[in-house]
Design a protein. Structure first.
Length: 195
């Protein structure tokens, strides 16, 4: 196996070359992919889950799956799309487990402990308030609505790419996004954030 590992030159460092190297057990290639995609994976998981600890766990799980399943990567899709798909699936699984767990064990407010960090006291207050409202609103969304809203509105991905990531049709994306927007807008109206 060691001889096979040496045959792939990581000089160009394009995603497909890195994936081939990861499939052969090259940890240096995995590290390069992590350096490139960890911010996107972490941000997406955080936006879906509204929880720093869970999003860090998901990010680690994503790259563990990349390590384990690199040989199954289909080069017809981009590595970024594949990573969005893995991140989305793992995050949605956690949301579903969280909902089941919360039925039996009431938890403290997830948004109070997970708001993004700010730089000044004023910014801190505004950031925590906005995050609190967003998380409250997103709690009323189904996992699919939350996923589509995160990918389309927060990650600003085109609908075609969201379809590729989620496996949803254009109509399903449109429908889930429409409902999510209405629910979030209604929640924001409660707090006087929109009219």
């Amino acid at each position: 196996m060691e001889g096979r590992n040496l045959q792939i030159d990581l000089g160009q460092r394009n995603d497909n070359t890195l994936m081939k190297a990861v499939a052969l057990g090259r940890q240096d290639a995995l590290k390069l992919l992590m350096d490139r995609y960890m911010p996107m994976v972490s941000r997406t998981a955080y936006r879906i889950l509204c929880d720093k600890v869970e999003s860090r766990d998901v990010a680690q799980e994503v790259f563990l799956k990349v390590w384990q399943k690199a040989s199954r990567f289909d080069e017809r899709h981009s590595v970024g799309t594949w990573l969005y798909r893995i991140t989305s699936n793992l995050s949605i699984d956690r949301l579903r487990r969280r909902r089941i767990r919360n039925i039996f064990v009431p938890q403290s407010s997830v948004y109070e402990i997970s708001a993004p960090e700010a730089r000044s006291p004023e910014e801190d207050y505004m950031t925590k308030e906005a995050w609190d409202i967003f998380c409250r609103a997103s709690e009323n969304l189904s996992p699919k609505q939350r996923l589509v809203y995160t990918l389309r509105e927060l990650e600003e991905l085109p609908a075609a790419r969201v379809g590729e990531i989620t496996g949803m049709t254009a109509d399903q994306i449109k429908s889930n996004l429409s409902v999510a927007r209405r629910k979030i807008k209604a929640e924001l109206q409660k707090y006087g954030k929109v009219r």
